[in-house]
Design a protein. Sequence first.
Length: 411
Amino acid sequence: MLSEQSAATVRATLPVVGAAIGEITERFYDRLFTARPELLKDLFNRGNQAAGTQRRALAGSIAAFATHLVERPDERPDVLLNRIAHKHASLGVAPGQYETVRHHLFAAIAEVLGDAVTPEVAAAWDDVYWLMANALIAIEARLYAAQGVTAGDGGWREWEVVERVEETADIATFRLRPLDGVPAPDCRAGQYVSVQVQLDDGARQIRQYSLSGGVGPAGRGHGVRQISVKRVRGAAGVHAAPEGEVSNHLHARVRQGDVLRLSPPYGDLVLDAADGDVPLLLASAGIGVTPMVAMLEQLAATGHRAPVTVVHADRSPAAHALRAEHAAYTAKLPGAGTHFFYEQPDAGHPAALTGRVDLAALPAIPAGTRAYLCGPLPFMRAVRSQLIGRGVAAADIHYEVFGPDLWLAQE
Ligand SMILES: Cc1cc2nc3c(=O)[nH]c(=O)nc-3n(C[C@H](O)[C@H](O)[C@H](O)COP(=O)(O)OP(=O)(O)OC[C@H]3O[C@@H](n4cnc5c(N)ncnc54)[C@H](O)[C@@H]3O)c2cc1C
Ligand code: HEM
């Protein structure tokens, strides 16, 4: 908890820091990457840096944490902290690196706010930083311990691609087995792994991919795990953007017999033990299907009996990756049903399931339903508000964002 004196100073300076935080984090990253270029090359996602999304996530999280500290000092914002800690653990972030980040962050604050940063203001924000950093370090230590790895080593291992399947024109599945034959760590449906690849310029970039299968009992131990990767195409014109670096590398270069470097599984969008008895709703759009198929595999393997509503949105049936598994695992669950919405459906597809997701097309959503969402933010926002409108408690709606979590940072 913040000292009373720090709390008063943080409360008084929040508006000024909040207003400048975009500029502060921009200067912070400039300083960090000038001093430590290898961090941009081999740890941070340089696509996110170029697009500015990570910047907004970091800025938003610090502002959200400081606001939380002064407004609700007795609670910890666990959702925010867990999400960041899982991401950090999947990257192998080590406690010693927090001092490096603090050093460059505070130099950036002093540069942007100038004389407004009195020793008292600096001390109060230092308090905020270390409260957040120490909370993250503690969660990350537990995550590393649970995987039997040490911070800094991160538990990276080599996995052999035993099969590659073209799911759609843009999505490929890679089935993987540990190269050394040592049993793979247990994973939970909904989790992701970080994948590190060496690109042509020598950078070793890291991205996260949700496990899209191999999470049931058969996938454990020496078994096969899988990820499904959507190739991120470039765009021309006003919103010009280059092709995604890692997804295109995986599509263009990685075949059966090749080796990928993977972190242990992390991520907190996982089925709860308590989910065994409750109705569930799994809603995805596009490549957001990956964690949902893994969850359905697990539910089918464990014989889940409560109702499960499966909702998916895609451009067309041909673009719907893992469609057969999506339907087949659902069919194994008693009282479960699929509701696949397509913008360009095949002939004969129900009119009510044509176009964007509209939960009004579904039968009643059972009381006490717990919902898991994954897809682009506008899709998740729309589904979330429809679910709340149909009586699902906000606390029972969980989600995964396939990028820096700008949603959480804004809440
Ligand atoms: C928890 C989690 C789970 C995920 N699971 C999956 C999954 O199961 N399957 C999957 O396919 N993906 C998944 N992702 C997304 C994945 O991690 C990558 O973000 C995705 O593959 C894109 O990476 P990339 O290297 O190809 O693109 P990047 O090179 O990182 O580019 C990302 C975007 O930034 C844009 N960009 C880059 N440079 C610039 C610039 N200079 N100016 C403007 N824009 C720029 C690119 O055009 C692109 O649109 C997941 C992400 C997370 C966080
Ligand atoms: C208190 C200090 C820190 C805060 C508040 C913080 C906050 C964040 C946030 C909000 C994200 C985005 C999470 C998401 O939604 O995906 C993130 C990701 C990340 N953090 Fe931190 N972080 C801190 C310290 C560190 C340190 C010490 C390192 C290591 C040098 C680090 C490296 C990273 C990396 C590499 C990513 C992923 C970036 C990307 O993929 O674009 N962070 N952090």
